[in-house]
Design a protein around this ligand. Structure first.
Ligand code: ADP
Ligand code: ADP
Length: 223
């Protein structure tokens, strides 16, 4: 599904964020990306969804070389990927329901389809009863779950999450992790960046560890 071949990324100004990164994530696989702050986790995720471009190497996304995509093709790639951020980026003046509907409106879904799928996504994260709330009326964990509903509402093949539990306590973090596991069991490929190794130590998850832009020691399995 996702394959990195000798991928390097140097930002303008010379900062070498990734160096010679190789890995392969199969369809319906779930893996974690760990490493200290500045190790290159966000950069790796941004390369997958075309927010950044590699300086060298190839990135394959279900058979397409993402590093060679024309700018006009990037939206087609994005539509197959659900992105989840630490600070969820919800629109503060829109209800939970409206935030979740937004990707459907952008992709031109019919009003009936929007109603059905936005409700289904909110139900999936356990927040149907909070549909009319503004983000400020929701707890941190609930806001993050709205962000997850928004990311999955278009039924993407891949979920990329960048420190999605960074602002949450242990119990809420475990809840978010269980949600990702549910999506993964339904066939969604999941890659989650986290520096919270305690969170993922309980199970034998696949873990990719970045250290100063390099994947160290190939794959390892936590837990
Ligand atoms: P992580 O997500 O593991 O904290 P990042 O991918 O954010 O790591 O950053 C990797 C390195 O690249 C860091 O040294 C960071 O300062 C640098 N970096 C990240 N984004 C940019 C950017 N837009 N411009 C220049 N340097 C950047
Ligand atoms: P999956 O694990 O989902 O089967 P892969 O990454 O193995 O996905 O590959 C999906 C498709 O991407 C392959 O059928 C192939 O066409 C293309 N592909 C992947 N890696 C390469 C490569 N190194 N060179 C050329 N094509 C590739």
């Amino acid at each position: 599904m996702i394959r990195f071949e000798q991928v390097s990324k140097a930002y303008l100004g010379g900062q070498q964020a990734l160096q010679g990164v190789n890995f392969h994530l199969q369809q319906a696989e779930m893996a974690f990306l760990t490493g200290h702050s500045g190790a290159g986790k966000s950069t790796l995720l941004k390369l997958i969804c075309g927010i950044e471009r590699p300086s060298a190497g190839h990135i394959w996304f279900s058979g397409h070389d993402v590093s060679r995509l024309k700018h006009a093709e990037v939206p087609f790639l994005r539509r197959q990927i659900g992105m989840i951020f630490q600070d969820h980026n919800l629109l503060p003046d829109r209800t939970a329901y409206d935030n979740v509907s937004l990707p459907l409106i952008i992709s031109g879904a019919s009003p009936e389809e929007i109603r059905r799928r936005a409700s289904a996504a909110l139900d999936k994260v356990g927040l149907l009863d909070k549909a009319k709330c503004l983000p400020i009326q929701l707890s941190g964990g609930e806001q993050q779950r709205v962000g997850i509903a928004r990311a999955v509402v278009n039924k993407p093949a891949v979920l990329l999450a960048d420190e999605p539990t960074g602002n949450l306590d242990n119990e809420l973090s475990a809840g978010i992790l269980r949600l990702f596991e549910e999506f993964n069991r339904a066939g969604v490929t999941v890659l989650m960046a986290t520096h919270d190794t305690g969170l993922i130590a309980s199970r034998s998850y696949r873990v990719l560890t970045l250290s100063q832009g390099r994947l160290s020691g190939g794959d390892s399995y936590a837990g």
